[in-house]
Design a protein around this ligand. Structure first.
Ligand SMILES: [Zn+2]
Length: 270
């Protein structure tokens, strides 16, 4: 809570610095501009850097020599997620799906299929609200809880892992995740598949960076379709496998499949 309070103070102080503009002089303007820029840059770093631990501790690597994890966000998608599941089955690869609760409720059979085929299902909030870092406390709690309830309804367990939209942090996220028994999982490789239109470029970008321990961020739901990722993925899988890397889940399935504890029990079991 202390860090949340410090963050709020930083926010207030940065904005309050604008009051120093009165009476206006050039030297005052330069001073306020400097304070505002530094305060804003620090806040942006704390809210948006995917591996920053200050507001929420998080894991962005997997353990085990030679292990690597594929993670797919924003699904399920009625067209692309089944194609992805077919591909993963053909290649014998297990992956972690960070599903959006309201989409999961719309296509529960796809999420259930992913779980039954050995993949891991994790919480990517209820609605994937794009300004996640500005949510009110009540809405933040609802986004986390409704996302978890959706997975519980469909697969019969409460998810253990959480990732926020675009990796955004929130000053209250640490506390709410602890209350819900959730661990924040980030990534070490951002594939930028959302911005890439060429599958060769995408495959090359991933393969250039990928190494043992990496968690790779990909998307199985995109407004324009995930065909670029689906074309790149076989190349990526074959190449990484040829290097001796083994595909693992972001956390073992038995951690979530053993029981379906309520948040308090989950908390004490950690
Ligand atoms: Zn997302």
């Amino acid at each position: 809570m202390a860090r949340s309070a410090i963050f709020c103070l930083l926010f207030l102080a940065t904005n309050a610095s604008l009051a120093l503009l009165y009476p206006f002089t050039l030297s005052r303007f330069l001073m306020v501009a400097s304070i505002y820029a530094v305060g804003t840059l620090i806040m942006l770093y704390l809210l948006f850097h995917p591996r920053n631990h200050w507001l929420v501790s998080n894991r962005y690597r997997v353990e085990g020599a030679g292990c690597i994890a594929l993670t797919f966000d924003d699904g399920p998608n009625p067209v692309d997620t089944p194609k992805l599941l077919d591909l993963l089955r053909e290649k014998g690869v297990k992956a972690t799906f960070f599903v959006v609760g309201k989409r999961a409720d719309q296509y529960p059979e796809i999420v259930r299929r992913a779980w039954e085929e050995g993949h891991l299902i994790a919480n990517h909030t209820w609605s994937h609200y794009s300004l996640f870092c500005f949510l009110t406390p009540a809405r933040l709690r609802a986004e986390i809880e409704r996302g978890a309830e959706s997975v519980h309804r469909i697969c019969g367990f409460r998810p253990r892992l959480f990732r926020s939209p675009v990796g955004q942090r929130h000053p209250l996220l640490r506390r709410y995740l602890e209350n819900s028994g959730l661990e924040y999982v980030s990534w070490s490789i951002r594939s930028r598949d959302t911005l890439t239109w060429n599958s060769e470029v995408l495959a090359r970008r991933i393969l250039k960076q990928a190494a043992s321990g990496d968690i790779i961020l990909l998307h199985d739901h995109l407004p324009r379709g995930a065909h670029v990722m689906l074309e790149a993925l076989p190349v990526v899988i074959d190449d990484l496998r040829a290097r001796g890397l083994k595909f693992v889940l972001a956390c073992p399935r038995d951690v979530v499949s053993v029981a379906t504890p309520e948040p308090a029990a989950c908390e004490s079991a950690r």
